[in-house]
Design a protein around this ligand. Structure first.
Ligand code: 3PG
Ligand code: MG
Length: 385
C-alpha cells in the first residue's frame, strides 16, 4: 500500500493532467514492488475538496494515464478509499495488479488525522510505503497516523521519498561551501522562516522576485508600484542585520526590468531596483543583476533554488529566471550539487529545458520549504519512529 502524492494539476474543462511529474516520480517504487511479485494499492489526495466527493477532484481522472506510465498495466479503481468495495478488491488483488483508491480527502477524517479512518485504510494492505514527499509536511491519516498500524519492518519510505530526503539532507547537513540559496517569489512573509534557517547554513543568499522590493523599500528605496508587504519592512531589516552579524552575504538585485502594467502588452524599461519611477513596477531582475547573481552562483559548491526571479510566465519577464537556471546548470556541470524545489521554480526549470542539468528536482513545494525551515516533517517522522 503506497501513499503517493498524485496531487497533479488538471485542466478545468477536460480534467486532462497538465503536469504529470509527480506521477512519473512515483513509478519506480510502483514498478519495483510489481517486479518483485507484489501487488500495489495506491492512495492519494487530489486538490482540496471540502465537502465530500466532487467530480473535479476524483482520482478516476488519473487511471488511464497511470496505466500508460506503467507500460500498459491495467489499473483498477475503487470509487471509495475505504468500505467494502475497496476492501474486497484489495484482498483479491493478484501479484502484478494495481488498485488506485478514490481521493482520500473525500473524507474529512483524512486531514483531521483520524485514527479510526487511518486504521480502516491500514486494513487494505500488508506493507505501508510512504512515497509522498510532496505531502510529507501534513500530519494526515494516510501520511503519518497510518504508520503505527504497521510493524516497524512493514512500514518504509519509497524510492522517491528516499531520494528526496537524501538530496535535502545533502544540502541541509552535508553542504560544501560556498553554499548559495536562491530565494524568490512574491512574498517575504512566506520565506521568513526559510531565510532565518538558511542564515545558519548558507554563505550567500540571493533574493529575487517580488519579495526583493520589500527589502528595497525597507532600505529606503523608491519602488514605484512594485509588490511590497508594508507590514514586513521591519522583518526585512531584521533579516539583513542578522545576515550581517552572521557574515552571510545577502544579494539583492541591483537593477530590474520594469513595466507600466502587469501585462504581456506592458511597456518595459530598466531601472535600479531602489529607484523605480512612480507608475512603474519591477517584474524581473535586470541585466546587471543577472551578472551579479551569475557570478555568485558560478562559484558555489552547493545550491538551493526556491522561487522564480520574476514573472517568468510572461516572456518579457523571464530573462532573469532563465539566467539563474543557466548559471545553476553551469555550476552543476562544474561539480556543484544543485537542488531545485517549489512549484514555480520547478515549472521554470522544466519550461526552459534544464531538468537534466541540475542535480535534483524536488516534487515538494510546501514540504521542501518546511524541511528547510528546519521543521520535522510528520510523514518522515512517522516512518522513523
Ligand atoms: C501540495 O501540492 O502542496 C501537496 O500535494 C499537499 O497538498 P496541500 O497543500 O493541499 O496539503
Ligand atoms: Mg501545498
Amino acid at each position: 500500500m503506497i501513499r503517493v502524492d498524485f496531487n497533479v494539476p488538471l485542466d478545468k474543462k477536460t480534467s486532462a493532467i497538465t503536469d504529470d511529474n509527480r506521477m512519473r516520480a512515483a513509478i519506480p517504487t510502483i514498478k519495483k514492488i510489481l517486479n518483485d511479485g507484489g501487488s500495489v494499492i495506491l492512495m492519494s489526495h487530489l486538490g482540496r475538496p471540502k465537502d465530500g466527493p466532487e467530480e473535479k477532484s476524483s482520482l478516476k481522472h488519473l487511471v488511464g494515464h497511470l496505466g500508460e506510465l506503467l507500460g500498459g498495466t491495467t489499473v483498477l479503481f475503487a470509487n471509495d478509499c475505504i468500505g467494502e468495495q475497496a476492501y474486497l478488491t484489495a484482498s483479491m488483488l493478484k501479484p502484478g495488479e494495481v488498485l488506485l483508491l478514490e481521493n482520500l480527502r473525500f473524507y474529512k477524517e483524512e486531514e483531521m488525522g483520524d485514527e479510526a479512518f487511518a486504521q480502516k485504510l491500514a486494513k487494505l494492505g500488508d506493507v505501508y510505503v510512504n512515497d509522498a514527499f510532496g505531502t510529507a509536511h501534513r500530519a494526515h491519516a494516510s501520511t503519518a497516523v497510518i504508520a503505527k498500524y504497521f510493524p516497524k519492518d512493514k512500514r518504509m519510505f519509497g524510492l522517491l521519498m528516499e531520494s528526496e530526503v537524501a538530496s535535502a539532507e545533502k544540502v541541509m547537513h552535508q553542504n560544501q561551501k560556498p553554499f548559495t540559496a536562491i530565494i524568490g517569489g512574491a512574498k517575504v512573509s512566506d520565506k521568513i522562516l526559510i531565510i532565518e534557517n538558511l542564515l545558519e547554513r548558507a554563505t550567500d543568499i540571493i533574493i529575487g522576485g517580488g519579495m526583493a522590493y520589500t527589502f528595497m523599500k525597507a532600505e529606503g528605496g523608491n519602488i514605484g508600484n512594485s509588490l511590497c508587504e508594508a507590514n514586513r519592512l521591519d522583518t526585512a531589516i531584521e533579516l539583513l542585520k542578522k545576515a550581517e552579524a552572521k557574515g552571510v552575504c545577502i544579494h539583492l538585485p541591483s537593477d530590474s526590468v520594469i513595466a507600466d502594467k502587469f501585462a504581456t502588452y506592458a511597456q518595459t524599461s530598466t531601472a535600479p531596483s531602489n529607484n523605480i519611477p512612480d507608475g512603474w513596477m519591477g517584474l524581473d531582475i535586470g541585466f546587471n543583476a543577472c551578472e551579479q547573481f551569475t557570478n555568485v552562483i558560478k562559484k558555489s559548491k552547493t545550491i538551493l533554488w526556491n522561487g522564480p526571479m520574476g514573472v517568468f510566465e510572461m516572456e518579457k519577464f523571464q530573462h532573469g529566471t532563465k539566467m539563474v537556471a543557466t548559471a545553476i546548470a553551469a555550476a552543476t556541470q562544474a561539480g556543484a550539487f544543485s537542488l531545485v524545489g517549489g512549484g514555480d521554480s520547478v515549472a521554470a526549470v522544466n519550461q526552459f529545458g534544464f531538468t537534466d542539468k541540475v542535480s535534483y528536482v524536488s516534487t515538494g513545494g510546501g514540504a521542501l520549504l518546511e524541511y528547510f525551515e528546519g521543521k520535522i516533517l510528520p510523514g518522515i517522522a512517522a516512518i522513523n519512529e
